[in-house]
Design a protein around this ligand. Structure first.
Ligand code: ATP
Ligand code: MG
Length: 335
């Protein structure tokens, strides 16, 4: 598809250059031809004024002058044709090269989108097929007790919840990809935003008997409140999700010079040096099987964090060691 587009663009470049070159060639030919003719007329006039008896001028001389004029004009035409030919050949190569460069970012974007669609469909398939299988099995049962039916419905509800979360994450990620225009900047209190996200994660933390230490002040930043609360929740969700029962999580915010710094620290399994550079990639999930942690997810949380932080002209980093927990640090420009 891109190859034919590249050839088409090259053809359009060539056509435009050809038209321009043709117009210039005609203009050059006309100027040079009229200049040559004027010179010929000058010579003829000079001869006429200096030679009294025109009859005495040998016709051979007249023919020589006229032939010279014709040859000079023909030479101009040949030179212009050669120049046009060279322009066409050079433009074809340059045009093909430029068309390739013009199309490259578009090609990369389309490739990226195709990869995104393929990954997203792959992630959608797992909960959907679980949902389908359990419904089919239930339908095949001749007699199904109320408790069994309830069990199946509860399982299905879990899968539906998972699908809901996936579609929400995909939607948010694609919205944030659009750029800054999706953000509504306002002066927000970071401490308050952390409290909002903290309250949302509290039920899960209580379920796992995880204590969350919160240390915040009234720090103000210019940011989009909804997306900031979302990324704090994602970081807290990861910290609680991956930390084994009875562990600890802490979240803090402070101002350091021109930056507001949010830190989420956990006593979880940690992340290995090979995985650290990749955890911000879309759909990337670390294999925690060695630490026997089985947590569901899609690998979309951290990419959202990275994108939102980028949109706010900030940065996100992680320091972690297997077995020693993780620290996620978000830096955002303060007001
Ligand atoms: N605090 C943490 N401790 C250990 N591993 C973590 C932590 N945070 C993230 N990770 C690793 O990084 C991976 C990517 O995290 P991310 O939040 O993007 O996806 P996820 O949690 O798997 O799924 P979801 O899309 O539901 O957030 C996780 O799969 C996990 O292996
Ligand atoms: Mg996550």
């Amino acid at each position: 598809m891109f190859k034919s587009a590249r050839i088409k663009i090259t053809a359009w470049y060539l056509l435009a250059i050809l038209v321009i070159s043709f117009i210039f060639s005609i203009a050059i030919y006309r100027t040079v031809a009229s200049d040559l003719t004027a010179r010929y007329v000058n010579i003829e006039n000079y001869i006429k004024s200096n030679v009294r008896d025109m009859e005495k001028i040998p016709p051979v001389l007249k023919n020589i002058l006229q032939n010279d004029l014709r040859t000079a004009k023909q030479r101009v035409v040949i030179m212009l044709l050669l120049a046009n030919g060279a322009i066409i050949i050079i433009s074809a190569f340059v045009g093909y090269f430029l068309a390739g460069r013009t199309l490259r970012p578009i090609e990369e974007m389309v490739e990226e989108q195709n990869r995104f669609i393929a990954d997203a469909s792959h992630e959608l398939r797992t909960p959907l097929s679980a949902l389908k299988t359990s419904t089919e099995v239930a339908l095949r049962e001749k007699k199904i007790s109320g408790a069994e039916a309830r069990n199946i419905l509860e399982e299905n509800l879990e899968d539906i919840g998972s699908l809901e979360l996936l579609s929400e994450r995909l939607l948010h990620l694609s919205q944030y990809q659009k750029g800054e225009k999706v953000l509504a900047y306002e002066r927000i209190n970071l401490g308050k935003s952390i409290n909002v996200s903290y309250k949302k994660i509290l039920p899960l933390a209580r379920k796992k008997n995880i204590e969350i230490n919160i240390e915040v002040q009234d720090n103000y930043i210019e940011a989009d409140r909804v997306s900031i609360e979302e990324i704090i929740l994602i970081l807290l969700d990861n910290a609680v999700k991956y930390t084994p029962d009875g562990g600890t999580v802490s979240v803090s915010s402070q101002i350091d010079g021109r930056n507001a710094i949010i830190k989420v620290i956990d006593s979880g399994p940690g992340i290995g040096p090979r995985d650290i550079p990749r955890i911000f990639d879309r759909f990337y999930r670390v294999d925690h099987s060695r630490s026997k942690i089985k947590v569901s997810g899609f690998g979309l949380g951290l990419p959202i964090v990275k994108r939102v932080v980028e949109l706010h002209h900030g940065s996100v980093s992680v320091s972690s060691k297997i077995g020693s927990g993780s620290t996620f640090t978000v830096r955002l420009p303060a007001v």
